[in-house]
Design a protein around this ligand. Structure first.
Ligand SMILES: Cc1cc2nc3c(=O)[nH]c(=O)nc-3n(C[C@H](O)[C@H](O)[C@H](O)COP(=O)(O)O)c2cc1C
Length: 187
């Protein structure tokens, strides 16, 4: 009996430590990652402008998909600005024809840094129907509940695409993200 109780205690102890670690990882991963603006200049002086706001994840998958998408948009003719969500980033997005929000999924949600930024920026772009909005998430699960949770925030926005990149073949995902960029230029 004594050994059984020790065993149960050890199992609960391990589960508790695992839970603490997971909470720690998710909370660190969700934090804003600061100002990291990059600009891919357009080929013409009057190129249309796209802004990609992305939250970099723990590994490099989200960042990789972001840059492939940016490459497609840029090669299609857009001037593309990339940056992370956060207080440093203006919520005046009026100069952009296309705005992309991209984030990893943690426990069925996009990052809290992205949600906070979107809560500030989205009401300002609501009813700007000349601006296309694209949402993308990355993750391990083939379900997109993370977008459903944003519905209230998206009211009045011209959402042209919602995409989830599933961690898998790198080459295949690279092509899908690049092709999405090219496709968005044509819309
Ligand atoms: C703690 C934790 C929770 C996660 N929860 C989900 C989830 O709910 N849905 C999902 O599709 N992927 C989930 N994932 C997988 C991540 O979304 C995936 O690792 C991420 O997209 C990889 O991007 P990155 O390389 O930019 O970090 C989770 C990953 C971690 C570490």
């Amino acid at each position: 009996m004594k050994n059984f109780l020790i065993g149960v205690g050890v199992v609960f102890g391990i589960l508790f430590v695992f839970m603490l670690l997971t909470v720690g990882v998710v909370s660190a991963a969700n934090k804003p990652k600061g100002d990291k603006e990059e600009v891919l200049p357009g080929k013409k002086g009057n190129s249309k402008k796209a802004l990609i706001i992305y939250h970099p994840g723990i590994s490099k998958f989200t960042t990789r998909m972001t840059h492939q998408l940016a490459k497609g948009l840029n090669e299609g003719g857009y001037e593309v600005t990339l940056n992370h969500p956060g207080d440093h980033l203006s919520t005046d997005l009026s100069g952009y024809t296309l705005v992309v929000f991209g984030s990893p999924t943690y426990a069925g949600q996009i990052s809290s840094a992205m949600r906070k930024y979107m809560a500030r920026a989205c009401p300002q772009i609501a009813n700007t129907l000349t601006m296309g909005i694209v949402l993308f998430s990355t993750g391990a699960l083939d379900e997109i509940q993370e977008f459903d949770k944003l519905e209230e925030m998206l009211v009045g926005l011209n959402v042209v695409k919602k995409v989830k990149f599933l961690a898998g073949s790198k080459t295949e995902n690279d092509k899908t993200a690049y092709d999405l960029g090219i496709e968005l230029v044509k819309e």
